[in-house]
Design a protein around this ligand. Structure first.
Ligand SMILES: Cc1cc2nc3c(=O)[nH]c(=O)nc-3n(C[C@H](O)[C@H](O)[C@H](O)COP(=O)(O)OP(=O)(O)OC[C@H]3O[C@@H](n4cnc5c(N)ncnc54)[C@H](O)[C@@H]3O)c2cc1C
Length: 389
């Protein structure tokens, strides 16, 4: 009998295991993967504190991924740029590095049993309460595990969410953009680590420096065009048309393959029921345009760990701790869910010639640029009112 069974050993599952494992709980961390290697992700990470709490911050800092402290937005030929304000720095740590740092911390804790290559197929129930899981190992043998709590940290196609009939609270109402990305060498970095965002006529592109002097470049576009975008020459051609990037391209070369996802259906699900709880993408899957999935997974795991500790020590009831956890999850996730939908919808709005000319004036007449700044609070208010509608 484990105190906790965690299904899924990536950022949400491994971090939950670390937080509760350090408190001495007897934990099973199970994943169907044979090793926790690369996964779909463009890797932008913005939180700082939670990685210190996990004690992996030093390894992240020496991963070779530069600190990103600027944000640059290109709208057609115009450029808006500033220091980052939502975080002191972001980083783009490849997932094979980040997830392996988490696993190294897990392995320091003898009270966490890690079982890889086990595909969880079913749950064990007793009087409508989930009391365990059933998996199949590589040889087709059935494995049964009993625990006081079962956590679904098993990502956006969560088996635990399906088996527990976790209710969908909110679902995307738009045709969500496909995502395709690759790691490229042959791009001169900007002097200060910068996340670059490009609004183009048919796509949104994001470019950020990663380790080894490479850049991760992701394009988001209508899913009907997915096949043609998958052609490496076409993808490279799209990169060379990014007007502020093209002068920095010396000898563009794709490292590895293009990776991505055609159909994304964002959702927010109910978090818990009797004996089970969801965390990370299993609980809420927000479109990657938000760039917050990793931080969300890890921050909600930290809060879940605090609540589960109270429950496992018989300090508070299941209902009370789960209510607290869900409140945190909702307050964190819902604004991001709606913002990611609005950003995607904005992609369809074309910019007219006259709007382009007016923006060029604002960017190139210093007095207009200064006056724009002087009136920026009023403009921000108008834009925020628009967003609320
Ligand atoms: C194209 C793309 C780009 C992205 N870019 C970013 C970004 O820049 N920044 C960011 O913050 N987020 C990004 N994200 C989102 C981010 O990758 C996810 O939010 C994050 O990985 C969620 O972590 P998780 O631990 O909840 O789930 P996952 O990382 O999906 O891990 C789930 C684990 O569960 C295991 N599992 C699943 N089912 C079973 C089963 N039945 N039995 C046993 N094990 C099982 C899987 O093998 C996997 O190891 C991106 C996502 C995509 C698709």
């Amino acid at each position: 009998m484990y105190d906790l069974i965690i299904v899924g050993a990536r950022c949400s599952g491994a971090s939950l295991a670390i937080f509760l494992g350090r408190l001495g709980y007897n934990i099973l961390l199970v994943d169907r993967a044979t090793h926790v290697g690369p996964t779909l992700s463009t890797h932008i990470i913005g939180e700082v504190d939670v990685y210190q709490h996990l004690r992996i911050e030093k390894r992240m800092n020496s991963s070779g991924a530069p600190f990103l402290t600027r944000f640059r937005v290109n709208v057609d030929s115009h450029l808006f740029e500033s220091d980052l304000i939502v975080t002191e720095r972001a980083m783009s740590v490849r997932r094979e590095l980040l997830d392996s740092y988490l696993m190294e911390e897990v392995k320091k804790l003898p009270n966490i049993k890690v079982e890889l290559a086990i595909n969880i197929k079913d749950v064990i129930k007793s009087n409508e309460k989930i009391t365990g899981v059933i998996g199949i190992d590589e040889n087709g043998n059935e494995k049964r595990y009993q625990g006081k709590v079962v956590v679904g940290a098993d990502g956006r196609n969560s088996t635990i969410a399906s088996l527990t009939n976790a209710r969908i609270e909110q679902q995307s109402s738009i045709d969500e953009l496909a995502v395709l990305y690759g790691y490229f060498s042959g791009i001169q970095p900007l002097p200060v680590g910068t996340i670059e965002w490009y609004w183009t006529k048919d796509s949104i592109a994001i470019c950020n420096p990663i380790d080894g002097g490479k850049h991760c470049i992701a394009f988001m576009f209508h899913p009907s065009n997915f096949k043609s975008w998958c052609n490496v020459d076409e993808f490279s051609c799209k990169i060379s048309k990014l007007n502020m990037l093209s002068p920095r391209i010396t000898n563009l070369s794709l490292e590895g393959n293009l990776k991505g996802i055609k159909r994304i259906n964002s959702y927010v699900k109910n978090t818990h029921g009797e004996g089970w709880v969801l965390v990370g993408d299993a609980s809420a899957n927000i479109h990657p345009i938000s760039g917050v999935g990793i931080d969300n997974a890890i921050c909600t795991s930290e809060v879940l760990a605090i609540q589960l500790d109270k429950y496992l020590r018989n300090q508070e009831s299941w209902t009370d701790v789960m209510t607290e956890y869900k409140k945190y999850r909702d307050e964190r996730i819902y604004p991001q869910f709606y913002a990611s939908q609005k950003t995607q919808a904005l992609h369809k709005t074309a910019i007219t010639e006259s709007q382009n000319s007016a923006t060029s004036m604002l960017c190139t007449f210093p007095s207009l640029a200064k006056n724009l700044t002087i009136r920026s609070e009023a403009i921000l208010q108008i834009l925020q009112e628009d967003e609320h509608e």
